[in-house]
Design a protein around this ligand. Structure first.
Ligand code: NAD
Length: 270
């Protein structure tokens, strides 16, 4: 039998009992670990992704754990897909309490070398995806008078990283959009927070499943680990998932507009 891909997940405490969550980018990396943790903690999870290739698909992984989930093919940049994902939550699970806007990515290139398509692709994925999420989700949250949103930003939304202009710009935008949305919707009972991970061992780096792509050399990997300056290793996706769980659960009921840095010390010195 294959080794458990998330060995750091602990026995459940029921921290999301009765909740329904949408997780985007759910079939890989941080999203996959978080969807699995949410389900372990009692949530029913709508797992949104544009790819189903990672085996077992995340909803099957969750069902194998004894949890409840469904897979929704949802491109976060498309409003119709978002509307369908929200409808899937309400129709299948009768509620929607938590949205984890996690799908994202970047292209390493100097800004003047970007094509229009590349630039717009990253802005659309990382930033407009959250706009489209809000348009689909907020009417429901406002009607309920409660709701919880967690966004995935990055330490590269707080610091610069070379040749990563669209990524750094959009991740910084997510940090401040999180604050702005927290301000607008807090009085309505809706909390909005984000996580800022340092480098994390996700599909690009890890063994099966999800499969590593071989895109990174050992030397690059070592450099990424060293960048998390105090702990000198990359995070496991589960270590980000537990931060998301805190923000998504009622344990953080007085926390909103916050950017939770989970970075092994990457950002602690000058
Ligand atoms: N891995 C890191 O070191 C790191 C560090 C900081 C922040 N992040 C952020 O964490 C988030 C998740 O990254 P990851 O490392 O887990 O990546 P990953 O590549 O392992 O997973 C991303 C998932 O998102 C899906 N996705 C891509 N475009 C999508 C779209 N338009 N709609 C729906 N799903 C889509 C992909 O199919 C994939 O399954 C991203 O926002 C990323 O910027 C990652």
């Amino acid at each position: 039998m294959a080794a458990d891909e998330h060995p750091l997940l602990k026995p459940a405490l029921g921290r999301l009992n009765g909740k329904v969550a949408i997780v985007t980018g759910a079939n890989s990396g941080i999203g996959r670990a978080t969807a699995r943790l949410f389900a372990r903690e009692g949530a029913r999870v709508v797992c949104c992704d544009i790819q189903e290739a990672t085996e077992p698909r995340v909803d099957k992984l969750i069902e194998g754990d004894g949890g409840k989930a469904l897979f929704a093919r949802c491109d976060v940049t498309k409003q119709d897909d978002w509307d369908r994902a929200v409808a899937a939550a309400l129709e299948n699970f009768g509620a929607l309490d938590i949205v984890f806007n996690n799908a994202g990515g970047g292209i390493r290139k100097l800004i003047h070398e970007h094509t229009d398509d590349e630039w717009n692709f990253i802005l659309n994925l990382n930033l407009n995806g959250i706009f489209r999420s809000a348009r689909a989700v907020m009417p429901h949250f406002l009607k309920m008078g409660r709701g919880n949103i967690v966004n995935t930003a990055s330490t590269f939304g707080l610091l610069a990283s070379e040749k990563y202009p669209a990524y750094c710009a959009t991740k910084a935008a997510i940090v401040n959009l999180t604050r702005e949305m927290a301000l607008d919707y807090g009085p309505k009972g809706i909390r909005v927070n984000c996580v800022c991970p340092g480098s994390v061992e996700t599909a690009r780096f890890r063994g099966v499943p999800p499969k590593a792509t071989g895109e990174f050399t050992e030397e690059q990997r070592a450099r990424m680990a060293a960048a998390n300056k105090a702990l000198l290793r990359m995070a496991r996706p589960e270590e980000i998932a537990y931060g998301v769980l805190f923000l998504a659960s009622d344990e953080s009921s007085f926390v909103t507009g916050h950017a939770l840095v989970i970075d092994g010390g990457q950002t602690i010195d000058a």
